[in-house]
Design a protein around this ligand. Sequence first.
Ligand code: SF4
Length: 423
Amino acid sequence: MTSLGALWTGTARIEDGDDVTPEAPIAPHMTDPELLADRLLGGGRLTEHECLELLRTPDDATVRLVAAASRLRRQHFGATVKVNYLVSLKTGLCPEDCTYCSQRLGTGAEILKYTWLKPEEAVAQASHGIAAGARRVCLVASGTGPTDRDVDRVGRIVTRLKSDHPDVEVCACLGLLKEGQAERLGSCGVDAYNHNLNTARSHYPEICSTHTYDDRVDTVGRAVDAGLSPCSGLIVGMGESDEQLVEALAALRDLDADSVPVNFLMPFDGTPLEGTWNLTPLACLRILAVARMMCPDKEIRIAAGREMHLRSLQPLALEVANSLFLGDYLTSEGQGAADDLTMIRDAGFTVLGADGSPASPASPAADRSTAPAPRAETARPATSPPPTPSAAPTDSATAPASAPAATPAIRRRGAGTDVAPNA
Ligand code: SF4
């Protein structure tokens, strides 16, 4: 068996029974990311064992993994970046107990808490993101799932939003869906539905006790059955093992979601995962690169937590991911939206739909184009609080955090406030 560390340094331990020959030259190995990219470009797929080996790529070989994954990204999406914009319609006060979530039952996180935005407020918030170049607006509400009255409420928002912005895609994220609700959302103009698997089935009981992994799979299935574009992804850094990360990525591949957001745990103070720092910037790059190689032609979206976990490597992540959220998240503040757009441009990419860039093949609105709109100048994000200590690492793919990271800056602008949004 070839040891991975040796593989990447050009030497190998060749074991044949008890006969071990150290320092023998190695032959090309199928975990070479370039060879795997060749296979994927030819229509093949990764095995779960290969996926695990790639996740365990050493730091000093990670750039090679990124380069290989970048070939797939560019094959399917060119140099475009899809910009998405979150509007939190209802924040906090959730009866569920997801350990990672600042909106959970009994949270001690001092987040904004508000009930449903009025339609005109929601559309005004969304319009800021659209003006900044967002091609998709993601309408999110906390809670177990919507009532039928909630679905009607969201329907009115979507109708109004589509009337003002007919070319924008709308994704709803309202929790677990009951029978018929996905169809009703679709009839109001919703294009996509987000419901993340979040982690591996085998890890799910560790992160939530009030609903099950199967509940989540069922809701994605309801969205698909209703003809909505499925969006489902991950939160990494929650103490999952490398094997569980592979399990989760394989499940997402099987789910065949059109878009796959990859969130990096933001360990809010006042939540059970407070102080959990399992990720390094290079580990985050590996996870994104492997997500790309598991789902070569899907929209891989860099989602919440990118600023604090990828840090200065954010632009490199665009080499494998083709999508991001602009500006702030549901309960925390992101990097300034103007900085997001500058980063995209500086790294040599273009915003999807801007400057005549081609539409995404994975997009349900692939044949629509949106003229670039001038972006609003925004305030810089609030200064982050002081660093918190790192928790013990959990596994090699998510190796020990190399430096203390800042705690999430709680969102105090945009939806639910009188302060202009970060867009
Ligand atoms: S993730 Fe959603 S369901 Fe879970 S606690 Fe947060 S808002 Fe509630």
